[in-house]
Design a protein around this ligand. Structure first.
Ligand SMILES: NC(=O)c1ccc[n+]([C@@H]2O[C@H](COP(=O)([O-])OP(=O)(O)OC[C@H]3O[C@@H](n4cnc5c(N)ncnc54)[C@H](OP(=O)(O)O)[C@@H]3O)[C@@H](O)[C@H]2O)c1
Length: 250
């Protein structure tokens, strides 16, 4: 497919690499300046684009930037064809994104993104850590393949995004509508716990919306106290341990 990716950081960069090596035609754009973008695109093995061109002649547009920066894209996204599937990978972290009143008041994150960009989005690639995305992928059918949640209101768009998730090395699990996508936001059992399909389905069902923001901030508070940055394994173990029903929590 022809794919534009906005944001070439940890997540946008890995998605770029994964989709490019499976034969997709990927171009990238990020806001840090032309030279930085060209170097990053070379590193990722794809074409650097421009802010105007990243939305042109694409079937899928992946937005992978911090939540606080999403409103900066609204003018650009207003020019995107209705036929283009827009994927939102974002997760709201107040320590990084500051106070966004609607989100602090419990609005579902990707619903806020969809309203801010004034168009439908599919939420995907948000509930696995960058490390899991980079190293945790397996071929389709492999034992214990990690699963990823996909939410949205357009069944055909979700089918296409799920195929991209599969190409990236993960099983896709339909997590329902965009309004339901809080079930794979930070602070839920489905978030960055590296579960296989059946476990992820259970975790999506087990989430408790009113607990999520508190647990998200609790986890960040724990990490801040580490004298050295936690390893990937430590992050996953802590995330799993918050949810005793999670079969991998023990
Ligand atoms: N890291 C993870 O494990 C993880 C996992 C799942 C989802 N997510 C979510 O995915 C999103 C991206 O995360 P990340 O870890 O990849 O962040 P990151 O490493 O900080 O990268 C952010 C990227 O966004 C670009 N950017 C920032 N503002 C922009 C704007 N207005 N227009 C265009 N590009 C802009 C930056 O450009 P420059 O580099 O040019 O400055 C950078 O390439 C976040 O919402 C995050 O919560 C992260």
């Amino acid at each position: 497919m022809k794919i534009g990716i906005i944001g070439t950081g940890a997540i946008g960069g890995i998605i770029t690499k994964k989709l490019a090596v499976t034969g997709h035609e990927v171009k990238v754009y990020s806001s840090g300046g032309q030279q930085k973008l060209e170097e990053r695109a070379r590193e990722l093995g794809v074409i650097p684009s421009t802010k105007d061109q990243i939305i042109v002649d694409v079937e899928v547009l992946i937005v992978s930037i911090p939540t606080i920066a999403i409103p900066e894209l609204s003018d650009l996204i207003a020019k995107v064809s209705d036929k283009v599937i827009v994927i939102d990978t974002s997760n709201y972290y107040p320590f990084r994104d500051g106070d966004i009143e609607d989100l602090k008041n419990g609005k579902v994150e990707s619903v806020w993104v969809s309203e801010t960009l004034d168009r439908p989005v599919i939420k995907a690639f948000n509930n696995l850590l960058a490390h899991s995305l980079e190293y945790g992928g397996k071929p389709q059918g492999a034992k214990d393949r990690i699963a990823m949640a996909v939410s949205g209101d357009d069944a055909e768009a979700k089918r296409i995004v799920s195929a991209l998730v599969n190409d990236a090395g993960f099983d896709a699990v339909d997590a329902g509508t965009l309004a339901n996508s809080w079930r794979h936001q930070p602070g839920t059992p489905a978030y960055c716990t590296e579960l296989a399909v059946a476990e992820l389905k259970q975790a999506l069902a087990d989430g408790e919306k009113q607990e999520a923001a508190h647990l998200r901030d609790y986890v960040i508070g724990k990490f801040i106290k580490f004298s050295t940055p936690p390893t990937h394994e430590e992050v996953v173990v802590l995330n799993r341990s918050l949810f005793p029903k999670n079969p991998k929590a023990h």
